[in-house]
Design a protein around this ligand. Sequence first.
Ligand SMILES: C[S@@+](CC[C@H](N)C(=O)[O-])C[C@H]1O[C@@H](n2cnc3c(N)ncnc32)[C@H](O)[C@@H]1O
Length: 314
Amino acid sequence: MSKTANNTAVNSFNSNHSLYDQFRPSFTPILVNPFLVELGLADQKGDKFTFKTDKKIVEIACGTGKFTKNLIDNGWISNLTVVEPSKGMLETFQKNFPQIENVINASSYKIPLEDNSVDAVLIAQGFHWFADDESLKEINRILKKGAKLGLIWNFDYSSPSQDSNAEDSKFYNDGSRYFNNLDQKGNNQRVFENFFGNQKWNEEVTKYIWGFDVNVPQYRHGKWRQVLLNNNYFKKDISDSFALYDKLTSKEDVWKYWETRSYITDLSIDKKEKIKEHVETIIDTYANPDSYDPETKLLIKPMVLHAVVVTVNK
Ligand SMILES: C[S@@+](CC[C@H](N)C(=O)[O-])C[C@H]1O[C@@H](n2cnc3c(N)ncnc32)[C@H](O)[C@@H]1O
């Protein structure tokens, strides 16, 4: 019998899909467009991108469609299939994108598609939930020879997930005021530690919230990277690209953003209220005049989008 999707994922995403849709970040075209080129799904001439919408693509773990929006905006409709195990997430997905007909309620462990039938598989903010041999075997099965798997995540702080060399990576600036001072040398974990060090309030809130994610798979644990480096279904070369940006946010929305994490969604109302208060205390303690955007007076939260591409081994 094949494995099934993680219960914490499916339950929490079943209950918080509308909040998730509202407060999770989107994916900047500054990185997504070259990511699609690398995946063989677009061509680039100067600043102009053309998308090969005749290519058949599958997005696994589409959720409410936060990443799917980029694909639809670039013209994919009938050649796009989305796969998602949470009925709640799919309910919001179908409200957001009624034009997408190929919607499958299934998991990475059993994808009801033909062998060798797909030009690329994409997974946004999700591969950490099913980073294992069983999923990679199933993705390998549906991909055509030479096709690619693309993974993409927004992240909040440096971690073993960026255990790669800055010299081998591509960096894009999506309007971060800290980009020009970025030292793009050595291990990427260190590069991003410096980047995130620009806003102490964000560092402290992130580390506090991370204290609650003991038992659930997360991007930041970096297990997914080890799995990619040690499997027979994909070639070992991992291509990393990063886009750096400053998200402007109100104090209230900092909490709403973190509340959508599966391991926070699952807690009792009382516990969540206490965490919310503590998050606000941290912001009051560490935010200083440089923490606010002078024009909007909103807090500056440094963020990074990470794209990864690997090629199928068949
Ligand atoms: C953090 S959400 C990401 C959703 C969306 N891709 C986005 O970028 O907003 C993670 C998604 O992974 C899905 N998921 C968890 N385990 C899965 C599995 N084994 N196969 C497919 N999807 C899975 C969850 O149901 C959830 O919708």
